[in-house]
Design a protein around this ligand. Structure first.
Ligand SMILES: *Cc1c(COP(=O)(O)O)cnc(C)c1O
Length: 696
């Protein structure tokens, strides 16, 4: 056995968890296992020689025959016998979780097995927003529940087991402790069985009543003997040995290759690679089945906002789950979709107050196109049926959204299936379609759009754009003023403006919505990726009263908008979205973003100097780093060389997950990213580009 740990918690205080922990330590020691003990936080400590000490911690130390410093075993103690959050506050002291983690890691590195005794039960607050259960989750170790055997035990124990499940903890089993002299109490005999039947938890054993004098004095040798006799120690050892060791990696990888067809992936390459299999995530880090940790540099493909396992979002989903997972919006309404729509109408650009739900970015675009199309039909403009899109644009992968897509690599093969649309230039300054330089160019890139609109506006229903940054096209950041000009052109030619903010919405560009940068109000807006904070599939297409009203008529007039999806307005996803909006408000995410954006900007300065970086583009927390074969001529690397892919694989070796767009390295971290994480991201990307492209 190597560097394993077990957390011992109680169903309540005074259930005898210290005795059980000591007994386990003594018994494991007797079996020859190098065991350490830890009691990270102790309350009710006493003064000895003018120093506060925890008797529990000292007792544990003795039981384990430990030579570890008491400051490692018990880094935090306080005299008041209260919950830590209260006791330490009253004494004006603070508990550092970081310090607890460091002490724990130190003990873990020294010993085969560390037993960590908790403080009361799982819901005991260490800080107001950090409970014992959170600590166990952060230490990432399995749990033994100690339960006082008697009346009321079923309730307490089931509560604790349920709570452990909610925290996502791994329970090894329950130990029943008889804290009082044996009496006629029949509940003691029947408790273990019924608890096992209801919860499925393993019963490790039942500990007999030992009077406290006995425990303190003779004790330790005796404790080991009792534990050996009454507790199933072998089952504990077997379980912690079999803990996720990555042994199942091969089985999973084989199964993935056998059954899964991955998106945007050449599956022959995939077959020959070792897939990275993600198992869990916390904050800005993803963890794979082998236990390796990776910084999520692209927000799990541009969706994650507040980090993974954001408590408030987790809880909102669980809470909704206890009510209803799904009910339809076809002919019925549901609570979370109403509240979210209300919230979105308040924060989106003025006038966009009608919310049409769907479940992904592509469908939100389909809805926008069909809505714009039908709007003109209702307005008696039967010939107004066409759309304009920009070069390098990406609006999704369904046939309608591909019809307004401008990335040939993705879209060419489907051309025969698509409806015919007009294409205009993209405001891509680094590779200016008119070979001009901003701002002297006077927006020459818009000439094409203007002439398309001028010559065809009677036929054109809408212009669809990704305002401020064309993401999938290569993180093409628009120069200031372009968006305003587009809005003006649309108004002049009476063409609707559809803003696809699926990628840029929800703070990515430094404003809640990208259109805000130029105070532009589109006629239709599409939102998805960050809408549910990256938790569940959800999208909306929002529009104004003018468009909505054009669909109002007698039923027989057949002006209904005939569109809808099975999971439209899914309550779980809407609950996640609602929780996310609340976090934006409460944590003032947008204003806190500004220094992060500036920090990122400064960190990117040195990139420009590398030989093979042609352009570095940033808007908010969106970054595109364009790699070129020749900086002077801007000659790109041949796509067959997969330079971008190679850089990202290199970054993975250094513990960062990225996904490129051709030769463009994309950074799009969660808005929750910290300064030190930003530094890590920048360092790794810089190193990886240098490793792969060189710097002559
Ligand atoms: C990702 C994306 C889409 C498509 O969203 P899906 O949920 O992948 O269908 C549409 N538009 C933009 C701008 C996007 O970035």
């Amino acid at each position: 056995m190597k560097h394993k740990a077990i957390f011992i918690t109680g169903t309540d205080t005074a259930v005898g968890k210290t005795v059980i922990c000591a007994a386990l330590a003594a018994a494991f020691k007797k079996r020859g296992i190098d065991v350490a003990v830890m009691k990270p936080i102790a309350t009710g400590a006493v003064k000895k020689k003018n120093k506060l000490v925890s008797c529990d911690a000292e007792f544990l130390r003795k039981a384990a025959h430990s030579k570890d410093e008491i400051s490692l075993i018990n880094p935090f103690c306080v005299d008041l016998p209260l919950a830590p959050a209260v006791a330490f506050k009253l004494r004006n002291r603070k508990i550092s979780i970081e310090k607890i983690k460091n002490c724990f890691q130190e003990l873990l590195s020294r010993h085969e097995l560390v037993l960590v005794e908790g403080i009361g039960g799982l819901m005991v607050p260490i800080h107001n927003d950090y409970l014992v259960g959170d600590l166990i989750k952060d230490l990432n170790i399995p749990l033994i529940v100690v339960s006082r055997n008697g009346l009321g035990t079923i309730n307490h124990t089931l509560f604790t087991l349920k709570q452990a499940e909610d925290f996502g903890l791994d329970v090894l089993g329950v130990i029943f402790n008889n804290t009082g002299k044996a009496g006629a109490d029949i509940s003691r005999k029947t408790n273990p069985k019924i608890i096992k039947e209801i919860s499925g938890a393993d019963i490790i054993g039942e500990f007999p009543y030992l009077d406290s004098v006995n425990v303190e004095k003779t004790a330790i040798y005796n404790l080991a003997k009792v534990a050996e006799k009454r507790l199933n120690l072998n089952s504990i050892i077997r379980k912690i040995k079999n803990e996720k060791t990555g042994a199942n990696y091969k089985r999973l990888a084989d199964s993935d290759k056998k059954y899964i067809w991955h998106p945007f992936t050449q599956m022959r390459d995939w077959q020959n690679d070792e897939p990275l299999i993600i198992q869990e995530a916390k904050g800005c880090y993803l963890k794979d089945v082998k236990g390796r940790q990776f910084l999520d540099g692209v927000s799990s493909l541009w969706v994650n906002i507040h980090g993974h396992q954001k408590k408030e979002v987790d809880e909102a989903i669980k809470k909704q789950l206890s009510k209803v997972a799904h009910s339809t919006l076809l002919g019925l309404a549901n609570v979370p979709s109403i509240k979210l729509a209300e919230g979105l109408a308040k924060i989106t650009p003025q006038g966009l107050n009608k919310v049409f739900y769907s479940d992904n970015g592509s469908t939100s675009v389909e809805v926008a196109l069909k809505m714009a199309f039908q709007y003109w039909q209702h307005k008696g403009k039967g010939r107004t049926t066409r759309f304009v899109y920009l070069d390098n644009s990406y609006h999704g992968d369904t046939i309608g959204s591909v019809s307004v897509g401008g990335i040939d690599l993705f879209h060419k093969v489907f051309h025969p299936l698509l409806f015919n649309s007009f294409k205009a230039d993209s405001p891509y300054c680094y590779r200016c379609p008119k070979k001009k330089v901003y701002p002297g160019c006077k927006f020459a890139c818009l000439k094409k759009l203007e002439s398309v609109l001028k010559n065809n506006h009677k036929k054109i229903a809408a212009l669809i754009i990704e305002p401020i940054a064309q993401c999938a096209g290569g993180m093409i950041v628009w120069p200031k003023g372009v968006l305003t000009k587009m809005r003006k052109l649309c108004s002049r030619y009476k063409v609707l403006l559809i803003a696809d903010e699926v990628a840029v919405g929800f703070g990515r560009t430094g404003r809640m919505f990208a259109c805000e940068h130029e105070k532009v109000i589109p006629d239709i807006i599409c939102l998805s990726k960050g809408l549910s904070a990256g938790y569940l599939p959800l999208a909306v297409t929002m529009t104004n009263d003018e468009i909505y009203s054009a669909f109002l008529a007698d039923y027989s007039a057949q002006k209904t908008f005939f569109h809808g999806h099975s999971y439209t307005g899914n309550p779980l996803a809407c609950a996640a979205g609602l929780a996310s909006l609340e976090i934006f408000r409460k944590e003032r995410i947008i204003s806190k973003l500004q220094p992060k954006i500036e920090f990122l900007r400064k960190g990117l300065l040195k990139f420009k100097k590398l030989t093979h970086i042609g352009d570095v583009r940033q808007k908010g927390l969106i970054v595109g780093i364009e790699l070129v074969k020749n900086k002077k001529t801007k000659e790109p690397y041949p796509w067959q060389e997969k330079t971008g892919v190679k850089v990202c694989l290199q970054a993975r070796k250094y513990g960062v997950i990225l996904r490129p767009l051709g030769n463009i390295i994309v950074l799009m971290p969660p808005l929750a990213i910290s300064k030190s994480e930003t530094n890590e991201l920048l360092e790794v990307v810089y190193k990886s580009i240098k490793d792969i492209c060189g710097d002559e």
